[in-house]
Write a protein of this length. Structure first.
Lengths: 115, 109
């Protein structure tokens, strides 16, 4: 089946530094990938839609200059949390669909802790 | 606005049956999904309904009524490993997934 790989699974960084999270579709091409954030005991919150070869589409309230998304190839999207602060600590998850009507396949998620 | 409602938490006994309901109001409908999510892990796909009726897959079944904006996930022969959150998601007219808040299912021996 389709597999989406996300790296790293856990990261601890100092406040003010930047962190890059990678999301790869391993056995299919994904023109669109999605980035979610999930706080404890809450549902998935869509942050942005990553489009290969063009700018990402951000959801209302998500700062595009803080959460930089790059989708340079059909199998890789990256999310960079810039100038991280403790309130950015969360579980970040990416997903991709093999086609428009198939289910979403999720990466393993990244637990970010900013100290 | 778009809205998906499901109970926050449910408790059931090992070996029993539990039904988790989901009601939705979305801009268009292109399918409803159920996902299982264990704490600290990414969601995993359970089922997909796009037409009315029941879809059965082993111990898990999912039902959809589009006219009522309603779905349920039925879990039979509950096992301790079924303790998890169950997320209902609807794909809207833009093929974007709208997520419910999830139902935390607690299984007791």
């Amino acid at each position: 089946g389709a597999v989406v790989s996300q790296h790293p699974s856990r990261v601890i960084c100092k406040s003010g530094t930047s962190v890059k999270i990678e999301c790869r579709s391993l056995d299919f091409q994904a023109t669109t990938m999605f980035w979610y954030r999930q706080f404890p005991k809450q549902s998935l919150m869509l942050m942005a839609t990553s489009n290969e070869g063009s700018k990402a589409t951000y959801e209302q309230g998500v700062e595009k200059d803080k959460f930089l998304i790059n989708h340079a190839s059909l199998t890789l999207s990256t999310l960079t949390v810039t100038s991280a602060h403790p309130e950015d600590s969360s579980f970040y998850i990416c997903s991709a669909n093999r086609g428009q009507v198939t289910e979403a396949f999720f990466g393993q998620g990244t637990r970010l802790t900013v100290v | 606005g778009q809205n998906i409602d499901q109970p926050t938490e449910m408790t059931a006994t090992e070996g029993a049956i539990v039904q988790i309901n989901c009601t939705y109001q979305t801009s268009g409908f292109n399918g409803l999904f159920w996902y299982q999510q264990h704490a600290g892990e990414a969601p995993t796909f359970l089922s997909y309904n796009v037409l009315d009726g029941l879809e059965e897959k082993g111990r898990f079944s999912s039902f959809l009524s589009r006219s009522k904006g309603y779905s349920y996930l039925l879990l039979k022969e509950l096992q301790m490993k079924d303790s998890a959150s169950y997320l209902c998601a609807v794909r809207d007219s833009n093929y974007q997934l709208i997520w419910g808040a999830g139902t935390k299912l607690i299984i007791k021996p």
